[in-house]
Design a protein around this ligand. Structure first.
Ligand SMILES: Cc1cc2nc3c(=O)[nH]c(=O)nc-3n(C[C@H](O)[C@H](O)[C@H](O)COP(=O)(O)OP(=O)(O)OC[C@H]3O[C@@H](n4cnc5c(N)ncnc54)[C@H](O)[C@@H]3O)c2cc1C
Length: 403
C-alpha cells in the first residue's frame, strides 16, 4: 500500500511502538499526547517474550534489556503454607530458555520513545485529544478547540481512559497500590523472580525486581499491595507504619522492601477494568492497546497486547491492498489471541483478587497441585509468555518468534 499520513492519539507503550513500526514501514506519523513532557506513570511491569519480539523488531529491545531484570520464575505462597500456589517457570524442563523482562515503566517508555524518535516520528506534547471528526479524512479534536491536520488513518492509543473509544469496561473490585523501592542489600528474595504472598484472595503483597531507571545506577523493585476501593480510603487514613507492620506480618520477607516506603505518597493506586471492543476498527480509525481491550494485570499481558497490536497493524498496512482491507486483516489477525487472553484473565483474576472463600480454597487444594502435573507447567509457561495461541494470524505472524 502507498505510504499513509497517520495521526496517533497517545504516546504510551502502544502508541509509540505503533509509531516506530509504521514510520519504519515508510508512513508519515505524528503522535499527540496530553502530557507537557511525555512521561510514563506507574511502577513496574513484565514484558513477556512475545512483547520482547515486538521490541526487537522496532529496535527498542537492546535499550529495554540494558535497563530491565530477567525474570525466570513466578512464585507465590499462601501465608502459612509450604507448597506454592503460583509456580510458573518461563522455561520448564526441556523447553527453550525464555524469560520475562521486568522493568520500570519509565525504562520501557525510554526504549520505545527512542525507537520512535530515531525513525522520524513527530511527537506533539500538551495536546489533550477530546474527539475525532467524522469527515472523509479524519482529524483529531483537541481540548483547546483546535483540530489536527487531516489524516488517512487515526490510531487511538490513548489507553484505558481514551475519549475516542466506545468501550464500556466493567470495573473490577480490586486494584493495587504500587511503589518503586531500592533493591535492598542482603535481599531475602531472588532477583530473577516475581514473588508473591497471599491471604486467601483478599490480600496479596508482591515484589518484582525491575532493574534500573533511565540514567540510574541503583537496582529497583516494584512493590505492590492488593486492595479494594473502600480499603484504599481506609489505607490512606491509617498511619503508614501500621500498614508496613501489617504487610510484614503477612510476609516477613517483604519487610526490607517496605523499609523504603516512608509516606502514603510513595505508593500509587491503580484500579483495573475488564472488557473488549467487539470491532476495534472503523472507517479511517482504529483502537489499539487499552483503548480496545482492558484486563487486570494478573496475567501480565496488557503491555504485550498493546505491543502486538502495534506490530500487527504495521504488518497489516504492508500486506493490505487498501486501507479498509488492511484494517479488516488487522482485526482478523488479533481477534482470537485477544479473545483467549481476555477470557483467561477473567478466569484467573478472582483466584487472586476477590472476596470469595471458595475460589482460593479451590486454587490451593486443587488447581495448584494440578498445575505441577505435565503438561500443565508447559501450558502455563506458554500462557504467561503470550504464545499459548499464535499472537498474530491472517498470514501476519510469519517470523513472529520470540527472541
Ligand atoms: C498497576 C498495573 C500493572 C501492570 N502490569 C503489567 C505487566 O506486568 N505486564 C503488562 O504487559 N501489562 C501490565 N499492565 C498493563 C499495561 O500497563 C497496559 O496494558 C499498557 O500500558 C497499555 O498500553 P497503551 O499504549 O494502550 O496505553 P498507555 O500505556 O496507558 O498509554 C496511553 C497514553 O495516552 C495518553 N493519553 C491518554 N488520554 C489522552 C488524551 N485524552 N489525549 C492525549 N493523550 C492521552 C496518556 O498520557 C498515555 O501516554 C499493568 C497495568 C497496571 C495499571
Amino acid at each position: 500500500m502507498k505510504p499513509l499520513t497517520i495521526g496517533i492519539a497517545g504516546a504510551g507503550i502502544g502508541g509509540l511502538a505503533a509509531a516506530a513500526a509504521l514510520a519504519q514501514a515508510g508512513h508519515e506519523v505524528t503522535v499527540y499526547d496530553q502530557f507537557d513532557t511525555p512521561r510514563p506513570v506507574g511502577s513496574g511491569l513484565v514484558i513477556q517474550p512475545v512483547g520482547q519480539a515486538v521490541l526487537a523488531r522496532i529496535g527498542a529491545l537492546d535499550v529495554a534489556e540494558a535497563h530491565g531484570a530477567q525474570i525466570t520464575h513466578m512464585l507465590g505462597h499462601a501465608a502459612g503454607k509450604r507448597l506454592p500456589i503460583l509456580d510458573v517457570r518461563y522455561a520448564p524442563r526441556k523447553s527453550t530458555p525464555r524469560h520475562g523482562l521486568a522493568l520500570h515503566r519509565a525504562a520501557l517508555f525510554h526504549a520505545v520513545h527512542l525507537a520512535a524518535a530515531t525513525t522520524g516520528v513527530t511527537l506533539v506534547a500538551s495536546h489533550e485529544v477530546t474527539g475525532v471528526t467524522d469527515t472523509a479524512q479524519r482529524q483529531l479534536i483537541f481540548a483547546n478547540g483546535d483540530t489536527s491536520p487531516p489524516y488517512d488513518l487515526i490510531i487511538d492509543a490513548a489507553g484505558a481512559g481514551s475519549p475516542l473509544s466506545p468501550l464500556k469496561a466493567r470495573a473490577l473490585p480490586y486494584g493495587a497500590i504500587w511503589g518503586t523501592v531500592d533493591w535492598p542489600k542482603d535481599a531475602p528474595l531472588p532477583d530473577h523472580q516475581l514473588s508473591q504472598r497471599y491471604e486467601a484472595a483478599r490480600r496479596m503483597v508482591g515484589v518484582l525486581p525491575i532493574g534500573l531507571l533511565p540514567g540510574g545506577t541503583t537496582r529497583k523493585a516494584a512493590l505492590f499491595w492488593s486492595l479494594t476501593r473502600p480499603e484504599l480510603e481506609t489505607w490512606r487514613t491509617t498511619p503508614i507504619e501500621a500498614w508496613k507492620a501489617d504487610a510484614s506480618t503477612l510476609w516477613p520477607d517483604a519487610a526490607p522492601y517496605l523499609a523504603d516506603v516512608t509516606c502514603h505518597g510513595d505508593m500509587t493506586a491503580a484500579f483495573y477494568s475488564h472488557g473488549s471492543l467487539r470491532t476495534p476498527v472503523a472507517r479511517g480509525l482504529i483502537h489499539i492497546g487499552d483503548s480496545a481491550h482492558r484486563a487486570s494485570p494478573q496475567l501480565g499481558q496488557g503491555a504485550n497486547m498493546a505491543l502486538l497490536d502495534a506490530w500487527a497493524l504495521a504488518q497489516a498496512l504492508t500486506a493490505g491492498a487498501d486501507l479498509p482491507e488492511a484494517l479488516t486483516r488487522y482485526h482478523k489477525s488479533r481477534r482470537w489471541h485477544l479473545w483467549a487472553y481476555q477470557a483467561m484473565s477473567a478466569l484467573f483474576t478472582p483466584l487472586y483478587q476477590s472476596h470469595s472463600r471458595v475460589l482460593p480454597a479451590l486454587r490451593n487444594h486443587l488447581l495448584a497441585p494440578m498445575a505441577q502435573i505435565p503438561p500443565a507447567p508447559h501450558l502455563l509457561s506458554r500462557l504467561v509468555c503470550g504464545d499459548l495461541l499464535p499472537p498474530l494470524q491472517a498470514g501476519l505472524g510469519k517470523g513472529m518468534k520470540a527472541p
